[in-house]
Design a protein around this ligand. Structure first.
Ligand SMILES: *[C@@H]1O[C@H](CO)[C@@H](O)[C@H](O)[C@H]1NC(C)=O
Ligand SMILES: *[C@@H]1O[C@H](CO)[C@@H](O)[C@H](O)[C@H]1NC(C)=O
Length: 342
């Protein structure tokens, strides 16, 4: 979809000029999304104290400047495909340094969205993380998912955590309402064909005590970019502390390479509820260095995830998209400053 070239509204144009002359620099980067309405059969959204209303579906995502365009597309895809969009509440975790401007961006593009922005204190994890081979994975905000149970209000008892490089093409409540059984804390698609051994170092497997971690568990890889979390069970079981213990150990002896994922595997692999693979068609980012494009995995599609090095917006901007990037483009709210034709 090409940005429409329209002639600038004269009033807005003069207003922009005035502001830029007064030394305030800014640019309108994202379009406003349309408003979406509940279908008649939706449970009442009850506007008073919506945060604690059990009819609300909660979604948590991180928010930062680099991935803002991806986050915007993800939000639009979620409300667009939901039959009860007014019953969705978003919880955005942002670095304290730019949470105010990011909050402003979200409310400009989604004036009708129920959302909260939470300041994430980078120093909370900075002391706990070790430098990893892929430095990008060690951005403190990547660890926000470990702290959701503390960051979100107590009355929020279940949340869907989503990465910012994905779009949802199905009703998100089908995912959020999965049965977590009697005791599971977490639900996610599992990949038992992935080589689980490879996520940990020889240090780990050679240590008799450590390698026993997975004894008696049918441990499979899962991607932490799409997870359904029971926050009550998480809080009760002290899972943040359990993950932190592994992070502390990693600092003392290298037991894994990648940043925030392996501690989740250590604590949860083999204990999660299996979600259908349609809810994480992952890997679409491919390998940007080699310009590799990935195809969909066989089966149905409810969520497309551009995990991996390449991102669809970057490839589209560069004029070298992968075929599946065309499925992301319709949700892109970004507009170049040139579309104002100032
Ligand atoms: C949830 O929705 C149902 C069905 O619309 C409604 O009867 C109930 O009052 C709602 N609950 C709250 C707490 O608003
Ligand atoms: C799995 O990964 C480990 C460590 O990287 C490797 O030694 C092993 O050969 C792999 N196994 C298979 C079946 O590919």
């Amino acid at each position: 979809m090409l940005p429409q070239r329209t002639s600038p509204d004269n009033t807005i144009f003069r207003w922009l000029l005035l502001l830029s002359l007064s030394g305030i620099s800014f640019s309108i980067q994202f379009r406003e999304a349309p408003q979406f309405y509940n279908s008649p059969e939706c449970p009442s959204p009850a506007t008073a104290n919506w945060l604690c209303n059990p009819n609300i579906t909660h979604i948590a995502m991180t928010l930062d400047k680099v991935y803002l365009r991806g986050t915007m597309a993800a939000i639009l895809s979620i409300v667009l495909h939901s039959s009860c969009p007014e019953n969705i509440a978003f919880h955005f975790i942002a670095s304290s340094s730019d949470s105010a401007s990011l909050r402003q961006s979200i409310s400009s593009s989604f004036p009708y969205l129920r959302f909260s922005v939470y300041d994430f204190d980078d120093s909370l994890v900075e002391s706990k993380i070790s430098t990893s081979i892929r430095a990008a994975l060690d951005r403190p905000l990547n660890y926000a998912r470990t702290y959701l149970a503390q960051i979100l209000p107590e009355c929020v008892t279940r949340v869907v955590y989503l990465d910012s490089d994905l779009v949802v093409v199905d009703d998100i409540t089908l995912l959020s309402s999965i049965n977590l059984g009697e005791e599971s804390v977490l639900g996610a698609p599992e990949y038992c064909n992935a080589n689980f051994t490879a996520y940990f170092t020889m240090n780990f497997w050679a240590n008799p005590t450590l390698s026993l971690t997975f004894a008696g568990r049918k441990a499979c890889y899962f991607n932490t970019g799409v997870m359904v979390i029971d926050l009550e069970r998480w809080r009760r079981g002290g899972y943040t502390e359990r993950i932190e213990e592994w992070m502390e150990l990693q600092k003392r002896m290298r037991i894994y390479e990648l940043g925030s994922l392996p501690p989740f595997l250590l604590v949860f692999a083999g204990k999660i509820v299996r979600v259908e693979h349609r809810w994480n068609q992952h890997g679409l980012g491919g390998d940007n260095l080699r310009g590799l494009c990935r195809d969909l995995h066989p089966g149905k599609v409810s969520l497309l995830h551009w995990s991996g090095k390449g991102k669809p917006w970057a490839r589209l901007d560069a004029g070298r998209p992968c075929p599946l990037d065309a499925l992301w483009a319709p949700y892109d709210l970004y507009q170049t400053p040139f579309s104002l034709e100032a």
